[in-house]
Design a protein around this ligand. Structure first.
Ligand code: 0O2
Length: 232
């Protein structure tokens, strides 16, 4: 009948409308994913750029002074889960703009040096590059965290060159000695073990280890100075 036909047409129209909404929703998600992936690509490019600058300093130092200003470099890109968790903790929504503006450690480069004074020498060399901006500095070597954590953290912005633009991207560089890295890596591992009893006692012991390590760092530096001056 005519009535039945109208109902069927109406149902089909509703179904088509729903499908259209689903397609629009998925397209929007894809666009978001696209801009997110592009942002991550920019951070990866910034890590490569920063690593190259350190490698060039290393090559130059090895040739001029027959020693390396750092032992190794480790880089990491923050995972989407960790980005989401940090933004949520700070009360910001997960958008490309908030990631860019509110997070400074999506791209991370960790530089492991032999001696504490190498850290400050390297920092000076790096911030004198005239296209690098020093946005923030946290010196946990001069002012260690209550846990005993020591490292020099710099938030830098450096340019990356894309096909049609030049863009400044933020990178967090953490400088540590081998000894500071040894402590931070083990402390990080230990902290994530569950159901720890005697927390205060453990924190105290970890802090004592951090203090001994600081002492060792400066003793090794002194030994290096003695050897250097005895060589004339
Ligand atoms: P992951 O996996 O490295 O990302 P802000 O960024 O300034 O808003 P935040 O993140 O608290 O605030 O900055 P902070 O404390 O200067 O630096 C955080 C990073 O420093 C940590 O990264 C660790 O890599 C390191 N860190 C800081 N304190 C400690 C500590 O007590 N022990 C150890 N082992 N590492 C520490 P994430 O974000 O925790 O992790």
């Amino acid at each position: 009948s005519k009535n039945q036909l109208e109902t069927t047409v109406e149902e089909q129209a509703q179904t088509l409308k729903k499908q259209d909404q689903i397609i629009r929703f998925q397209a929007e998600k894809l666009r978001e994913a696209d801009t997110f992936h592009r942002l991550m690509m920019e951070y990866r490019a910034a890590i490569m750029e920063m690593e190259t600058r350190f490698q060039i300093l290393n090559a130059e130092f090895s040739q001029e002074y027959k020693r390396n200003p750092f032992e190794s470099i480790k880089s990491r890109l923050k995972t989407p889960e960790s980005i989401y968790e940090k933004l949520a903790r700070k009360g910001f929504p997960m958008t490309v703009e908030t990631i860019r503006e509110r997070l400074a450690d999506v791209a991370g480069v960790r530089v492991i040096c032999s001696f504490p004074d190498d850290i400050y020498r390297l920092k000076e060399l790096l911030i004198h590059h005239d296209d690098i901006l020093l946005i923030r500095e946290k010196d946990y070597i001069k002012n260690p965290k209550p846990s005993g954590y020591r490292s020099l953290h710099l938030i830098l912005a450096l340019p990356i060159y894309l096909s049609n633009e030049k863009k400044h991207v933020k990178v967090e560089v953490q400088f540590r000695t081998i000894a500071m890295d040894f402590w931070a890596s083990l402390e990080h591992k230990l902290k994530y073990k569950k159901n720890v009893a005697n927390t205060d006692e453990i924190e105290r012991q970890l802090k004592a280890c951090a203090d001994s390590i600081e002492d060792l760092d400066y003793q090794m530096q002194e030994i290096r100075n003695k050897i250097d001056s005895s060589r004339g």
